[in-house]
Write a protein that binds this ligand. Structure first.
Ligand code: BTN
Length: 180
């Protein structure tokens, strides 16, 4: 990686950490809050592409794992990864690869298809992985978990639209950011 790419990757990791300083919004009916960090995850995927995006998120998750309070609400440590929100964290790590794969398909050249890919991988996939994980580690049923997660969809969809608009503005739909 060139110096410029390392700086870019570090800046996106820093952006995800800063978004974690926005206080999480508890929902009450499941032990998973509304957060802003997933906007940063989608941003990392779209701006950096699959490889650097994964690196940026891996760096962020490693910081959290070894105890730096970089997750929303100042959370950190291995217990968080094994807890109710662990599945979303796993989903976050997969997001750049999934978005990168989707955007690299030859037929993905329309606005709606790009937005759909960001939404599908950055919102739906993460929420489904998170729901299944939540079901596995808590007394909540699978259906209960999936249905509760529908509460995230409206705000997560707005975040996906915001990321899409930033990407449009930056005109980053090139081979470099979508290549796997
Ligand atoms: C953590 O900080 O431990 C992870 C929180 C995960 C929250 C998930 S991400 C997808 C969905 N949308 C939200 O706003 N919250 C959940």
């Amino acid at each position: 990686m060139k110096i410029r790419e390392i700086v870019q990757t570090a800046l996106i990791t820093a952006t995800i950490i800063i978004l974690g300083m926005i206080p999480p919004l508890p929902l009450g009916f499941i032990p998973v809050p509304i957060v802003m960090q997933n906007l940063g995850i989608m941003l990392a995927a779209v701006i950096l592409g699959p490889k650097k995006g994964t690196l940026a998120i891996l760096g962020f998750l490693l910081l959290a794992l070894i105890g730096f309070p970089v997750l929303s609400g100042g959370q950190a440590g291995p217990a968080v990864f094994a807890g109710p929100t662990g599945g979303y964290l796993l989903g976050w790590l997969l997001t750049p690869l999934m978005i990168g794969y989707g955007l690299s398909r030859p037929f993905i050249n329309r606005r709606w298809s790009r937005l759909s890919i960001i939404w599908f991988a950055g919102v739906l996939l993460v929420d489904v992985i998170g729901s299944v994980w939540l079901w596995l580690v808590s007394p909540i049923s699978l259906i209960g978990s999936l249905v509760s997660n529908l509460a995230f969809i409206p705000a997560d969809t707005l975040k996906a639209v915001a990321v899409y608009l930033v990407a449009e503005r930056m005109r980053i739909w090139n081979k470099e950011t979508t290549r796997l």
